[in-house]
Design a protein around this ligand. Sequence first.
Ligand code: SF4
Length: 392
Amino acid sequence: MMQWELSDAELLALDLDLFSTDCERPELCEGDGGHTSSRSTESCCTGHGTAEVTCSANEQSSNQQNVSEQESDPLCEGSSAKRRKCDGRIPLERFGRKHLSVTDLSRQAWCEQQVVYGMELPHIQQLRDEVPVVKAGSCLHLARELEVQDIVPINVESREDNWAVKMLNLLSMIQFLQAGERVRELPVFGELEGIFVVGVVDELCYNSKGELELRELKTRGQRTYPSAAQKKSHHLQVSIYKLLFEAMIKGQLNKDTITHHLHLRTDQPLGSEIRVHAQKVGFTINTFGDLLDLMLLNLTYTEIPSIDTMKIEYCYQADASVIGTEEVSFEEEWVKSELKHYSSFWKGQREAKGVDIEEAWKCRSCDFADICEWRRSKAEEATQKNRANQCK
Ligand code: SF4
């Protein structure tokens, strides 16, 4: 770690271009299928291979439309903080989100304000997703996925089709898990703190003791372990996966929760490619509601055990070598209180928060540092405090 001979206030106020670019950055989590994912497609595992479906273009364009509508409102001109205040909608609605990804929540642990800027200025976020280091991470994930399953493209015709692919993936993977096999890129979803949350678990398998083990792959630009701040975000991520997965296999997901949050139509006929694909893996379904019932029934009667162990494997991107593996202990109270705190922002119960002054070092690697109002106000606050101390 570099040693800075600067006060926090000076650090916050510095021209960030002066810093080198190899400092700590939050890593993008892969595979959540949310807007932060660098992959434009998500894969579907089946007993006969895998299917690939394009991301919900409708949802993405509606997100962008919502943001641009807000930006062009002449009554809401001025700083983005002013525009946010002027907009009466809660953040979830303002960003046109029917659900959050686990990545959204775990990145809040790094800097919530950064997550908000990423949604308000998606073109900057997309540039980040395109950087070689993120792309290399995606390739490693894909290579691992292909070790256990093939990918087959499937055309989707509606939002219900898009979700049908996730559910067919899940149904297939439940069968594999019941047979004691390893699965990768397992979709998990459900309601947490009144918000629908969606994620993709890198890997679930049985260890030598016969326990179900969750494994998450994190790729690193340097051959070092991440900082404590990054680890916190990773621990939160895998802990949310465990919460979602266990609620699913305990039959706690229900039809109304899914259709209400996601605005999906149960009577929507599924596209021809989805129906053919479902038939190949042994399911005869016609509508989205048929598949939903089938999935919920399977989840209710499945005999998959709870996750006993959670491990995060850190890999060096340049040569895919393993830096090390860390075991994460599940602290239910901590996860639930973090979730309560982070979700209160999305529900409009409080304003977004940037980093505390002790963590001002995070701003050095932030793409939004030049425009960040939080950083500016903290710098002013700290300068005033310093002045007041000097006058004493
Ligand atoms: S500049 Fe700092 S406070 Fe602002 S969004 Fe970036 S990391 Fe967060």
